[in-house]
Design a protein around this ligand. Structure first.
Ligand SMILES: Nc1nc2c(ncn2[C@@H]2O[C@H](COP(=O)(O)OP(=O)(O)OP(=O)(O)O)[C@@H](O)[C@H]2O)c(=O)[nH]1
Ligand SMILES: [Mg+2]
Length: 205
């Protein structure tokens, strides 16, 4: 795998853009409204492998003609579903989206393990205004086979970076596992090699 497409989705104002911008620039840029949808690109190195990341950020609330979610779902290899822990409606939105992703991929060639979905509860720094409990996020993630994180984009860069590197690492491991399944196993091909070498030698003696 040399490239990976990640869509950052969720309700309005949950911190989708802030998350991406934080990852790209290390800085927290509080007000980052975009009137169009954007795809950002970044090259990362994971386990000695260069990977071109494409990050999809949907346009802000005010944007007219919002793109159809189905298109984004088909486009992406991985999803970061963000909700705001101080806003229960954003949790419901995240749930609806994860449901839609799983439904759309049900009959498709991509199997569940090939689909990387991370559920992220943002704005942990505002936990005094919390409306969604940590356990609720955990339960939803378990139900839909997602990884779950709670964080504050505003306060912590490291946790944001970790999410992206985990996602790329997972995809990398999956593609390696697939390659292994396609090729004959290492020990078998080694046995064949030894056989060929020594078999020929025995004949020539
Ligand atoms: N306290 C706090 N505020 C945050 C955090 N992350 C984002 N925000 C704020 O939440 C608001 C929305 O952030 P955005 O990044 O624009 O969210 P978005 O999901 O891209 O929003 P839309 O594109 O308009 O749907 C901004 O005012 C940010 O400053 C966080 O971790 N903590
Ligand atoms: Mg935005």
């Amino acid at each position: 795998m040399d490239e990976m497409k990640i869509a950052v989705l969720g309700g309005d104002g949950v911190g989708k853009s802030a998350l991406i911008v934080r990852f790209l620039t290390r800085r927290f840029i509080g007000e980052y409204a975009s009137s169009t949808e954007c795809i950002y690109r970044k090259c990362v190195s994971v386990d000695g492998r260069q990977i071109n990341l494409e990050l999809y950020d949907p346009c802000s609330q005010a944007c007219e003609g919002k793109p159809v979610l189905n298109d984004q779902i088909h486009w992406a290899d991985g999803f970061i579903l963000v909700y705001d822990i101080t806003d229960r409606s954003s949790f419901r939105t995240a749930k609806a989206i994860v449901h839609q992703i799983r439904e759309l991929h049900r009959g498709s060639a991509k199997r569940d393990i090939d689909l990387h979905i991370f559920l992220v509860g943002n704005k942990q720094d505002l936990c005094h205004m919390r409306e969604v409990q940590h356990e609720e996020g955990q339960r939803l993630a378990a139900e839909f086979h997602c990884q779950f994180y709670e964080l504050s984009v505003a306060e912590h860069y490291q946790e944001v970076a970790l999410i992206f590197s985990k996602m790329v690492q997972n995809a990398n491991l999956n593609s390696k596992a697939r390659e292994r399944r396609r090729r004959p196993s290492g020990s078998k091909s080694m046995a064949k090699l030894i056989n060929n070498v020594f078999g020929k030698r025995r004949k020539s003696v």
